[in-house]
Design a protein around this ligand. Structure first.
Ligand code: URA
Length: 439
């Protein structure tokens, strides 16, 4: 019988379980251009509302994985390991942990994504470095992993083309926060990389796709089940995304933060809080688990100590500079924003909580992220955070500073930022950075 995409959409809309053949044919048709965006968008929305069974999620992952090549890295000696985050605001750890782990001699092949919904993407951050090319072909990717132990690329025509198209479509059709869609997107990319092990950073909180610990753990478990089903070693850290990570969110500003951290710098807030602390600690712990999983250290604690040494000795920075060089990026030409505008505290007290998703949406308004698939990102657009949850703040002090090249966009986004933070007289508990580790 002829394959009718609308019948598959109708089945999912009505809550039926799709067969592996229906999923495979739909995904193949879409990635080859026979099924249009509007039908894929409708299916994504149906999946968003009706969910998928574990069997359907596995079929979707497999279909997306086999829309392209699966890399064979057996010619590179050693355990190949990667990390993947489920997405957050100011989440830049890949740019620090990749160089740390590669500097320790462990190959890190990374297939990353662009900004998704209100969250940032590693590729957009790297592309804010003038000349940095993330669109390398497969042969070049393999050569760099063999020689330099590190390389970052995106989904391409060859690797996970289905995720490349679906990811961009989900970004602008409000279909991101779906457990099966997140699972298939992440795992298809990670399984295509030819890795032996994976460390997952599953974000939880107001700036994550999973807002509650229960949902985050459910996502972590499903991601781990798929990885184990494919014979990969896997571990998941459930981490805090109730506030942005680090000092900046925004592409070139996040590169700047990483360079400062890899140069051993700190940046104290007016309250005396090192605004780089959370980025640095999370990068070190994720590196620690990668190094331990790869057999480079006997324990995660020893992995942490090794990672901290590599960071402090400047080897991570050297590796990052080498990474920029092989990708054609010119770090010394990192652009600077032309304008800035601060959002001031309206009352005195302590930062109680933040609506971190709204902060991410403010980032889209100033063009640090995309509202439509065809939108161009402005590399210098971003937000600086002057205070973290629990910090004291006085009326009139800056809480955020917006950066970018268009002052009118900064003005337009400021009210959203101001309303994203709650200040109260009671000092809240300092939030944990890592909630749980699932092995
Ligand atoms: N990261 C991805 O690669 N895909 C998602 O869907 C979410 C986070």
């Amino acid at each position: 019988m002829a394959f009718l995409p609308a019948e598959v959409i109708k089945s999912k809309r009505n809550g039926k379980e799709l067969s592996p053949e229906e999923i495979e044919t739909f995904i193949a048709g879409y990635s080859q251009g026979h099924i249009p965006d509007y039908q894929m968008s409708a299916l994504l929305m149906a999946i968003f509302f009706k969910g998928m069974s574990p069997t359907e999620t596995l079929s979707l992952t497999r279909a997306m994985l086999h829309s392209g090549e699966v890399i064979d890295f057996s010619f590179v000696p050693g355990f190949k390991v990667d990390k993947h985050s489920t997405g957050g605001v100011g989440d830049k750890t890949s740019l620090i942990l990749g160089p740390i782990v590669a500097a320790a001699g462990v190959p890190v092949p990374m297939i990353s994504g662009r900004g998704l919904g209100h969250t940032g993407g590693t590729l957009d951050k790297l592309e804010s470095i003038p000349g940095f090319n993330t669109q390398l072909d497969l042969k070049t990717f393999k050569d760099f992993i063999a020689k330099n132990k590190i390389c970052f690329i995106g989904q391409t025509k060859e690797i996970c083309p289905a995720d490349k198209k679906i990811y961009a479509l989900r970004d602008v059709t409000a279909t991101v926060e779906s457990l099966p869609l997140i699972c298939a997107s992440i795992m298809s990319k990670k399984l295509a990389e030819g890795i032996d092990g994976l460390v997952l950073d599953v974000k939880c909180g107001s700036g994550a796709f999973m807002k509650t610990p229960d949902d985050a753990e459910k996502l972590a478990q499903q991601l781990m089940d798929i990885a184990k089903g494919y014979g990969k070693k896997v571990i998941a850290l459930i981490t805090n995304m109730d506030q942005p990570l680090g000092r900046f969110a925004g592409n070139s500003l996040e590169i700047e933060e990483c360079l400062e951290i890899m140069s051993g710098k700190t940046h104290l807030s007016p309250a005396g809080h090192d605004l780089y602390l959370d980025t640095r600690e999370l990068s070190l712990w994720l590196s620690a688990h990668m190094l331990h999983m790869a057999g480079r250290t006997p324990s995660a604690q020893a992995g942490y100590d090794l990672a901290a040494n590599i960071l402090a000795s400047g080897q991570a920075l050297k590796k990052f500079e080498e990474l920029c060089c092989i990708h054609g990026g010119n770090l010394s030409a990192l652009p600077r924003p032309k304008h800035k505008l601060s959002a001031l505290a309206e009352t005195s007290g302590f930062i109680q909580n933040m609506n971190t998703e709204s902060i991410g949406v403010a980032g889209i308004l100033i063009r640090a992220g995309r509202a439509q698939t065809t939108d161009l990102i402005e590399p210098t657009a971003g937000i600086e955070f002057h205070a973290k949850i629990g910090d004291p703040i006085r009326s009139g002090d800056p809480i955020f500073t917006l950066f970018g090249d268009h002052p009118e966009l900064l003005q337009a986004a400021r009210p959203l930022l101001s309303s994203a933070v709650n200040i109260s007289l009671q000092k809240p508990k300092t939030p944990s950075l890592i909630f749980k580790t699932l092995e």
